[in-house]
Design a protein around this ligand. Structure first.
Ligand SMILES: *Cc1c(COP(=O)(O)O)cnc(C)c1O
Length: 365
């Protein structure tokens, strides 16, 4: 036994369990085709981004621009902010950890919903913060902002608000959010994780960037992983009022986003046709899958994203193991405390149809 001990609290972080890699499942089950519906990836990538990334590969002997200047300037124009209010990093995941590192002192409280994105807990623990989790509403599985507010104390430093929430795919709406922001005390920083922002079609869905513009104590997180189909490139960004951003920049490593990713992200930003197409196809995929779930007697939470939280009304872990053998990777809900639920990403229509055929097979066997 080694005498080297981990820092206090670190071993309480459960290892992150992503959906298994497609390559690994192909090998294990001898399958020619495997579809990942486990990580909410976009099954398509912006063609403009692909072209720009191919060109950027020729220059990978050079370090990237550590300040991502071109991309931050383009994002500043798109969002109507100054480049100094925007930070680009190695995915939204890295930004979540940086936020905790920059703001949370040992013992300060970090409020998250339960269930929500697991990285918040990891980030809070790394920083030595105390995690306070607030259950989502019992029937709708929506984040409970009143209960969140009630959990705020003098020790609260951060509140992570995942909107839409991962894994439940629910949103909180403008009126509720503004009421909440008005009551949150000045010593709390509210983080709006809007990884799925572009997918939400509800007119009452609030744009966190509005609160950055109003100089509230907020940070907004967005990513190129989902809507632009660049999950494998690891690139995302944060937006915040200048003073908050200045603090966050202090903990940013030297070259957070790689050269190829920056080129792809910049090109993707102006690929409006691609974004339109993704949203349309995702909407029809969602309608198709929900229709089929209904026919199968399965219930699900209304989704505002590219994934659906479904109650399969049996042990989801064994169901997902059966689906794996047929080449479909999904995420069972046991880890979130919902052992009969799954989170299923929406694929291309072809993938969705094949998935439903596989699901029927498994349910009937
Ligand atoms: C996917 C996701 C992110 C960020 O993903 P990156 O690939 O690290 O940019 C952040 N928050 C939530 C809730 C997500 O689902």
């Amino acid at each position: 036994m080694s005498k080297i001990k981990a820092r206090e609290g670190i071993l309480s972080i459960p290892p992150y369990l992503p959906g298994r890699p497609v390559e690994e499942v192909k090998k294990e089950y001898g399958l020619a085709e495997v579809v990942s519906l486990a990580n909410n990836e976009n099954p398509r990538t912006s063609p403009k981004a692909l072209e720009a990334m191919r060109a950027a590969v020729d220059h990978v002997y050079l370090y990237p621009d550590g300040s991502s200047r071109d991309l931050r300037e383009a994002l500043a124009v798109k969002h109507g902010l100054a480049p100094s209010q925007i930070m680009v990093a190695n995915g939204g995941d890295q930004i979540i950890v940086l936020i905790a590192e920059a703001f949370v002192n040992e013992g300060e409280e970090v409020i998250v919903a339960r269930p929500s994105f697991v990285t918040y807990k990891t980030a809070a623990t790394i920083a030595g913060g105390k995690l306070i989790s607030v259950p989502v509403k019992k029937d709708s599985l929506e984040i409970d902002l009143e209960a969140t507010l009630a959990a705020v104390t003098e020790r609260t430093k951060l509140i992570f608000l995942c909107n839409p929430n991962n894994p439940t795919a629910t949103i909180v709406r403008r009126r509720e959010v503004e009421d909440f922001l008005a009551k949150v005390p000045d010593h709390c920083l509210v983080v709006f994780d809007e990884a799925y922002f572009e997918y939400v079609g509800d007119p009452e869905y609030p744009d966190g960037i509005e609160y950055v513009k109003r100089d509230k104590n907020v940070i907004v997180i967005r990513t190129f992983s989902k809507i632009y189909g660049l999950a494998g490139q690891r690139i995302g960004y944060a937006l915040a009022p200048e003073e908050i951003m200045d603090t966050l920049f202090r903990v940013l490593p030297p070259f957070p986003a790689n050269r190829v990713a920056q080129a792809g992200a910049l090109a993707a930003l102006s690929d409006y046709d691609f974004v339109d197409k993704v949203i349309k196809e995702n909407n029809s995929g969602r309608a198709y899958l929900c229709g089929e779930f209904e026919k199968l007697g399965l219930s699900f939470v209304e989704s505002w994203t590219n994934y659906i939280f479904v109650d399969v009304k049996r042990e989801a872990l064994s169901l997902s193991a059966d689906l794996l053998k047929l080449g479909f990777i999904i995420r069972p809900g046991g880890g979130w405390g919902y052992s009969t639920c799954c989170r299923i990403s929406i694929g291309t229509m072809d993938q969705n149809e094949k998935f439903i055929a596989a699901l029927k097979k498994v349910l009937n066997s």
